[in-house]
Design a protein around this ligand. Structure first.
Ligand SMILES: N[C@@H](CCC(=O)N[C@@H](CS)C(=O)NCC(=O)O)C(=O)O
Length: 339
């Protein structure tokens, strides 16, 4: 494990301030994770009070807790997947199987979530730009609806805060209930506009509308998840779906930082582990053509993802197997995976 003390890459980012305006309804519900104990930031004073018209409509119509068809699909699939995945994510894995199933998942979702559509624009100076404050996403890795939101975030080159909500979640699911009114994923909070919202399709449209500089989402990001959306969930046998019972109860003081892009097979395996350990992290999306590649190069000496920075220990690690080993050794009660 590398152990040099590092400065958060956040401080290296020069974020340009986009003009932001919100036409969304504001409701009295507080809407920022910084209001939760252990999740305070410099933004603690900001109590954003918003939610989407959609979630409000669902709450009013009494559907807040009712399962959607996809939810019931997942609840049937879930025990099956758990059976296949063998339970313990911290044990040594069959590397060939891991990489093969994650690569197949990449293939079925190609080309979505692989490149930065903004960074690829011709004649555009490659500078990191984005909203002044990071968006906050509550999701879990195996959820196909969450996946398309993460794909959109890779394409839009957004750096966001991820709050993994695996089944059995000790902390983040309660936060979603409190902030949004129901347990449904993905759930997004945009502290820049005061908007919070459920429904993956709405979130993708919102992200492109606000941060897409005139671009519109490709149909692949909005089509029914039944087409290819469930394939990674099935191929990965439910990895990134359930809280690992030995995950440490409290989050570390500083969020980990992961350089990743959605459809990278190795980064997927790391995100699954972060989810199973319910570790909140800053997701630095570095799709092909992303100006953030330069930042990654500065920090790691290479453009390769995944790369993880942990300010709590000073660790900086770039190999997915070593990252897995590090995560389970540092953030689970006992582990047996070797680097
Ligand atoms: N129509 C919603 C469907 C979201 C959905 O069904 N999400 C599932 C996870 S795949 C969920 O929240 N299940 C409840 C749970 O996991 O407790 C969307 O597109 O966002």
């Amino acid at each position: 494990m590398a152990s040099s003390t590092v400065t958060s890459s956040v401080s290296l980012l020069r974020l340009s301030h986009l003009p932001l305006e919100s036409n969304c309804k504001i409701s009295p519900r507080r809407s920022n994770v910084s209001t939760f104990p252990g999740y305070g930031t410099s933004r603690t004073a900001r109590r954003l009070r918003a939610e989407s018209a959609e979630s409000e409509r669902q709450l009013r119509s009494g559907n807040a807790d009712g399962p959607s068809p996809s939810t019931s699909f997942l609840s049937v699939l879930c025990p099956l997947l758990r059976l296949f995945s063998g339970g313990d994510p911290s044990v040594d894995r069959n590397e060939i199987l891991e990489v093969a199933t994650s690569s197949l998942s990449t293939l079925v979702r190609f080309p979505w979530g692989s490149r930065s559509v903004l960074g690829m624009e011709k004649n555009q100076e490659a500078t990191i730009s984005g909203p002044p404050m990071r968006l906050q996403i509550f999701e879990f890795e195996a959820c196909p609806f969450c996946r398309r939101v993460r794909e959109a975030m890779t394409e839009l080159d957004l750096s966001v805060e991820i709050y993994p909500c695996p089944k059995g979640s000790a902390r983040h699911r309660a936060m979603v209930r409190e902030l949004g009114g129901k347990e449904q994923f993905p759930f997004m909070i945009d502290p820049n506009t005061g908007v919070s919202m459920y429904e993956s399709g709405d979130i993708v449209k919102y992200l492109f509308d606000k941060y897409g500089k005139g671009r519109t989402p490709s149909s692949g990001l909005l089509e029914s998840t039944l087409v290819t959306g469930w394939m990674p969930t099935i191929l990965r046998a439910g990895r990134g779906m359930t809280l690992w019972k030995k995950a440490k109860q409290d989050p570390p003081p500083e969020k980990l930082e992961l350089f990743s892009y959605e459809n990278n097979p190795y980064a997927r395996i790391v995100r699954e582990a972060l989810c199973e350990l319910e570790l909140p992290y800053i997701l630095q999306n570095v799709g092909e053509g992303s100006p953030r590649q330069r930042l990654l190069m500065d920090i790691s000496g290479s453009k390769e993802v995944p790369f993880i920075v942990d300010l709590n220990t000073g660790a900086r690690i770039g190999d997915y197997k070593k990252i897995l080993s590090y995560l389970f050794q540092t953030y689970a009660a006992a582990a047996s995976i070797s680097p």
